[in-house]
Every structure is written in structure tokens, then in C-alpha cells.
Design a protein around this ligand. Sequence first.
Ligand SMILES: Nc1nc2c([nH]c(=O)n2[C@H]2C[C@H](O)[C@@H](COP(=O)(O)OP(=O)(O)OP(=O)(O)O)O2)c(=O)[nH]1
Length: 128
Amino acid sequence: MKTIEVVAAIIIKDEKVFATQRGYGEFVDGWEFPGGKVEAGEALEAALLREIREELAAEIIVKDFLTTVEYDYPNFHLTMHCFICEMQNSNMTLLEHKAAKWLNKGELDTVDWLPADLWVVEKLKEAV
Ligand SMILES: Nc1nc2c([nH]c(=O)n2[C@H]2C[C@H](O)[C@@H](COP(=O)(O)OP(=O)(O)OP(=O)(O)O)O2)c(=O)[nH]1
């Protein structure tokens, strides 16, 4: 099975987590942390900054590594490195997603997360 290596930004502001809803593709309508595939030879942090510029036209500060999720989807294996991040300024534009929400701890279960994210969400309930 092929492996896809992905980086994801868990952007936190005022104890809320930024969640985005996929606008197209296999997982359309699912909620996730913004991010995407690491390119060949690219450092994880550089990949994350690039993806957030591409998806949200925003600059973030990568604060901490949270966890790496290993998850088997039916067609591929996902390795997803998750980083706790902050915004450098408050400008964000949804260039690829159809919706976004800031969720506090009690609201984390109110969106339909992609399957691989559920474990991260559980970890966040302890951390945020
Ligand atoms: N960004 C992101 N991807 C996730 C999460 N959870 C999860 O299962 N995924 C999966 C969905 C996709 O199969 C893969 C990310 O690929 P992607 O399509 O967003 O990557 P990309 O932006 O580089 O996309 P593309 O250029 O191939 O269109 O990881 C998550 O929280 N964030």
C-alpha cells in the first residue's frame, strides 16, 4: 500500500482550534486541520508553511510538534505530522476549503472529522 506523508497545522488562538472543511475530492465535506502533502526533499516545517500559504494565504508560527498519526485508509497509508501553531496575524482567506470554524474544547466533537483526525482530537481535549 502506498504511504502519503502529510503535515497538519493545529492553529490555536484564545484556546480555540481552527478546523477546515474540505471543499473537493475524496474526502469532500470532511473536517480537518489545514495542511497537505510533504514534497520530496522538503522539511516538515517548510511544507507546513507552504501549505498554509497555499490554502489560507496566511503566515503561521510553528510552536510545537504534537504527534504523528499513522492511519490506514482503504487505498493508502497516511503518515500525518501534527504541529501546534499560532497565527502571525489574523488574516486568513479560505482558498481551498468550503468552510472553517474556531472550536473550543467543548465544541471539538461538533464537526465530522476525517477518520485519521479523531485520535488527534482526543489528544487536543487534554492539551488545549
Ligand atoms: N491536510 C490534512 N489532510 C488530512 C487530514 N486528515 C487526513 O486524513 N488527511 C488526509 C486527506 C488527504 O488524503 C491527505 C492530504 O492530502 P491533500 O490532498 O490535502 O494534500 P495537498 O494539499 O498536497 O493536495 P493536492 O496537491 O494533492 O491536491 O491527508 C488533516 O487533518 N489535514
